[in-house]
Design a protein around this ligand. Structure first.
Ligand code: NAD
Length: 308
């Protein structure tokens, strides 16, 4: 299959690399020239528990139009860049191109649908973890399940084929008939962990060592749960607060992606996580004061380093 990965950062390189190892024609598309040049010159380096391997049968470019129409686009830019990235890659989208988003946060489907027909979009979540170590080099930090689903909940042949494609590349995948519930479930976890760790600079597991942090986590997730309920979202986990705490324990040593963004002076996905809860809540007349405070504190941090 001819596949383009839009956003060749930590996750784009991981999925792109695995799909190239599965013998697909993979094009990594990114705006980061030095990173793209390094991959084209030396191959993509992936580190994991077994050591380091170099993937050579992979292409990288900063010019999407050079790629031509593809069968599948994996969107792996940060949620704040989704619409801009898609707009720049219109030339690779054909009538039957599938656009798959496994990004975190709310609003990616809508942003993609502002550029392509909604029928071309498949969504999902990933429990893999990856970190960019250097130009052209990532570490596969943790393995987990990929969940895929049609937005309308139908179990179609194309989603089954996608699962098969991922399986052949060693990406453990399941199909869901409730992809919005799956996305909201992951959103709850990010709502409870990301902003609080980014503000306090605690690792995920350490959140539970401080009563004050734990209380904030509980209240942020409860607010999000109330919004989800009012929107009629069928959540997967029965108790999102307990589920979020379980993820804190399972990923105890991890620095959340938002904490890493803050440490590296990068823009965060706050608008699509806690900010999205505030936005959706206000549409439904639901107050979400904890999420508002967390959103504003992260925005202050972002604006401070923009001024530096
Ligand atoms: P990242 O910052 O490492 O990579 C994003 C890449 O997109 C960068 O290389 C950037 O140069 C590129 N980019 C920005 N604008 C672009 C544009 N207009 N066109 C093309 N490329 C552009 O981010 P990441 O950690 O790989 O995360 C990607 C998504 O996956 C996010 O939604 C994140 O929340 C989610 N996610 C990440 C992890 C993880 O472990 N890293 C795990 C699960 C989900």
């Amino acid at each position: 299959m001819k596949i383009a990965v839009l956003g060749a950062g930590a996750m784009g390189c991981l999925y792109g690399g695995l799909l190239a190892e599965g013998d697909n024609e993979v094009w990594l598309i990114d705006i980061w020239k030095e990173h793209v040049e390094k991959i084209n010159k030396e191959g993509l380096k992936i580190q994991d528990k077994c050591g380091e391997r170099i993937i050579k049968n992979i292409n990288a470019t900063i010019y999407p139009n050079k790629v031509g129409v593809v069968d599948l686009i994996l969107v792996f830019v940060k949620s704040s860049s989704t619409d801009k990235a898609l707009e720049g890659a219109k030339g690779i989208i054909g009538e039957n191109t599938i656009i798959l988003t496994l990004q975190n946060g709310l609003g990616n489907i809508e942003k993609i649908a502002s550029v392509v027909a909604e029928k071309n979009i498949i969504a999902g979540t990933t429990a893999h973890g990856s970190t960019l170590l250097d130009l052209g080099k990532i570490v596969h930090a943790g393995k987990g399940l990929t969940v895929l689903g049609e937005i309308n909940g139908k179990i179609t042949d194309r989603v089954k084929k996608l699962k098969e494609l991922f399986f052949e590349s060693g990406i453990e995948t399941i199909i869901t008939d409730n992809v919005l519930g799956v996305i909201w479930d992951k959103l709850m976890v990010n709502v409870g962990i990301n902003a609080i760790t980014a503000i306090t600079e605690l690792r995920n597991g350490e959140l539970l060592d401080f009563n004050e942090a734990e209380e904030l986590l509980e209240n942020a997730v409860r607010e999000a749960q109330e919004v989800a309920k009012a929107k009629g979202v069928r959540l997967i986990s029965e108790n999102p607060v307990d589920h979020t705490k379980k993820i804190c324990r399972l990923t105890a040593n991890n620095k959340s992606s938002m904490l890493q963004d803050i440490i590296n002076n990068r823009r965060t996905e706050i608008d699509m996580i806690n900010g999205a809860i505030v936005k959706e809540g206000s549409k439904l007349d639901i107050n979400t004061p904890i999420n508002l405070v967390l959103t504003n504190l992260i925005k202050i941090k972002e604006r401070r380093y923009e001024r530096m």
